[in-house]
Write a protein that binds this ligand. Structure first.
Ligand code: COA
Length: 135
């Protein structure tokens, strides 16, 4: 079952993101989570089975496109189609919010996961992503 992440599972979501290596010292994952669930144009979707968190995906729109972050499945439950279901749920959310395209960034250190997205119809866009932290 995929639902909006309930507050009772916020800590489990952060623990999952740490466990699968999606966190970085410069991003506080709980702050990221709260910003996404409290904002008007984003959410965190959760795959839940018997009240246990199986996977997550953050999705939001920026007024132009939708973006996915923190796509993660519990290592013990990977390879069973949950990741695909979560990405499809993000696509449904994006459609429902008027976004014509869904995007995501993959760290160069996580290139192995590109096959997962390729199997879901995602293509590598030949662009450099630039960023700047705002103080
Ligand atoms: C990437 C991730 C979410 C995939 O979740 P999953 O539940 O294992 O994936 P699924 O079982 O839905 O797999 C869907 C398809 O992708 C393929 N696939 C899944 N993981 C793959 C991988 N690492 N490499 C290649 N193919 C992969 C599956 O074989 C399947 O193909 P099929 O449709 O032909 O059967 C999961 O491996 C994960 O949490 N990884 C760590 C966190 C991460 O890197 N997230 C992505 C950040 S950009």
């Amino acid at each position: 079952m995929i639902v909006e992440l309930p507050p009772t599972l916020y800590d489990d979501a952060v623990a999952l993101w740490h466990a699968v290596g999606l966190t970085r010292p410069w991003n506080d994952p709980m702050t990221d989570l709260l910003r996404a669930v409290e904002g008007p144009s984003s959410t965190v979707l959760a795959m839940v089975a018997d009240d246990v968190l199986v996977g997550t995906a953050m999705v939001g729109t920026d007024g132009h496109r939708a973006w996915m972050y923190y796509v993660a499945v519990d290592p013990a439950a990977q390879g069973a189609g949950h990741g695909r279901a979560l990405v499809h749920a993000c696509e449904d959310w994006a459609r429902a919010h008027g976004a014509p395209k869904v995007m995501l960034m993959v760290r160069t250190t996580n290139a192995a996961v590109l096959s997962f997205y390729a199997s879901l119809g995602y293509e590598v866009n030949e662009v450099a992503t630039l960023g700047k932290f705002l103080s």
